[in-house]
Design a protein around this ligand. Structure first.
Ligand code: GLY
Length: 344
């Protein structure tokens, strides 16, 4: 049987596109080079609000729309560690609070659901936060999934829908979708660069969930950190943002992340350090993904450059790219994210 669509890259984005296309009756092959991708390091925060940054309004719109699709997407896949306990923004010092509050005011000006909170209100929600914290905010709609559950669930769903997933290189196909993260630059000539992130995995000393349930996005003496608690006792602590291509894990990164994490939640010092990993986010010049057909390369579509937002953007990317492949016409939502904004 001939392949209607070949997807290059078996990370969450490629697998979800393959799955959605197979569900629409296309003959789908997903190919991968077998290298570990960004999802292995990713914490899985679904944070359209807390990650809405100055000057990125089009990206924020896409994040919000994709986050809305997550509950149904997760329900289709089964256990992907979806949790809707919400996110607390927590600031340690008055300077940290001023920085956090500036961003919160911007997010609120976009009518995003984020509420300022006093330190006492934060500690009522999470009693293990340090008594030193000065304040912060609640983004109740910012949730989380576990990327290490998501990837196998997507593989299974894609295969159940009829897609094949193989190691190797792209072959002939009606349409080739390049969803190869940092590898997309070499394959499609798009401006995607690796942005290194070092991430820790801790485990609560006692069996059961960790002693907190919200995702914590912290500002601690000028350092930025996030703590993501999983139901099984794991806590993901991230992440550095480094313009580096190596995969070394460094003492300085571990020190910085743990100092910030323990400043905000001192009990973390008793947790077991079980993993330090470095991944590479596929960064783009404007921090937004590159989604759409490549001019001058008939039959080639790209879905890459998701930078810090690959997990949250998985559902909408899959839906919009499957639509594009099926109908040959881009959804208007894709307009700000075309490859042509860089390549023309
Ligand atoms: N979205 C989290 C990160 O890139 O570290």
């Amino acid at each position: 049987m001939s392949t209607d669509i070949e997807v290059v890259g078996a990370g969450p984005i490629g697998l979800a596109i393959g799955w959605r296309c197979a569900q629409r009756g296309m003959t789908v092959r997903v190919v991968d080079d077998g290298r570990t991708g960004a999802a292995h390091a990713a914490a899985g925060m679904l944070s359209p609000v807390a990650e809405a940054y100055f000057g990125e309004e089009a990206l924020t719109g896409l994040l919000v729309e994709s986050a809305k699709r997550w509950p149904a997407f997760a329900a289709e896949l089964g256990d992907v560690g979806y949790r809707d306990d919400g996110t607390l923004v927590v600031a340690l010092t008055s300077d940290d609070l001023a920085e956090a509050e500036r961003l919160r005011a911007y997010q609120a000006s976009l009518r995003l659901p984020i509420t300022a909170m006093r330190a006492s209100e934060l500690r009522d929600r999470e009693p293990r936060l340090s008594p030193r914290i000065r304040g912060g905010a609640l983004a109740a709609g910012d949730h989380q999934v576990d990327p290490r559950k998501l990837v196998p669930a997507l593989r299974e769903a894609a295969i159940a829908a009829g897609a094949s997933i193989t190691l190797g290189e792209a072959g002939p196909a009606g349409v080739t979708v390049v969803a190869a993260g940092c590898g997309s630059a070499a394959l499609a000539g798009v401006p995607v660069r690796p942005v290194k992130g070092q991430v820790l995995r801790l485990r609560a000393p006692d069996p059961g969930p960790p002693g907190f349930r919200h995702v914590i996005r912290g500002y601690a003496d000028g350092r930025h950190v996030y703590l993501v608690p999983r139901a099984d006792g794991e806590v993901v602590v991230g992440a550095t943002v480094e313009e580096l291509t190596d995969s070394a894990v460094t003492a300085g990164a571990v020190l910085d992340l743990l100092r910030a994490a323990t400043d905000l939640m001192p009990d973390i010092a008793e947790y077991h350090l079980v993993e330090v990993v470095a991944g590479h986010r596929p960064g783009t010049p404007d921090n937004a993904p590159i989604l759409g057909a490549l001019d001058g390369r008939p039959g080639v579509v790209v879905a890459t450059g998701h930078y810090r937002h690959g997990i949250v953007l998985t559902p909408i990317t899959a839906d919009l790219i499957a639509d594009l492949v099926e109908k040959g016409v881009p959804d208007p939502m894709l307009a700000p994210f075309t490859p042509a904004r860089f390549l023309s």
